[in-house]
Design a protein around this ligand. Sequence first.
Ligand SMILES: O=C(O)COP(=O)(O)O
Ligand SMILES: [Mg+2]
Length: 226
Amino acid sequence: MIRIKNDQMMKFSAVLLDLDGTLLDSLPDLAQAVNGMRADLGLPALDTGRIGTYIGKGAAVLVQRSLSDAPGQSHQEAMARFRHHYQDCNGRHAKPYPGAMEGLSRLRDMGLKLAVVTNKPAQFTQPLLERTGIAPFVDASVSGDTCAHAKPHPEPLLHACRLLGATPAQAVMIGDSVNDAQAARAAGMRMLAVPYGYNEGHDVRSLEVDAIVASILDAAEWLAAH
Ligand SMILES: O=C(O)COP(=O)(O)O
Ligand SMILES: [Mg+2]
């Protein structure tokens, strides 16, 4: 239990944060890497908005969905081209959403432990957290290839809880997509959704969540009140 300013006890001790579409608008870099890969394979560029609907289940699924018009294409070769381009542009245009940095700061001031839980491959997560200034705020990060399963499986969330020394009941997941919501439910955790992310092209109001919050700063307010 953490004592907060109005002397009320808060039942939460840890917050797990999704990265793409929740803390960061990383679509410009991901779209650049996808279209760099497509150009290398002799394919025309895809619209950025369309690529946004392909984000959520990690890089391998992003690449596979981005090649629906090239069924004979080797996935392995495409992944190598994607990794090559993303390594170069990862974090170049990605920006924290309004309220994200202020929210992280507020959550830390509340004494909460913070972890990033993303489906992004680990080789890209830490450089991105460092380039965008998020790294100093978080105690741990779990990537799409850290555990045997990625979100929507609950394993990465349960692993993050162990790293932060919290039980699922003491933790809250904040995310933008069905992958976060299903993982949180399966892990027995509260879930807050932000409405501005990617959610594979669907409305966040279709998700089973405890609340929809306008920003990470608003999520901090929700936590302080619960
Ligand atoms: O890599 C993805 O597809 C999505 O990443 P996220 O889990 O941080 O939203
Ligand atoms: Mg996301």
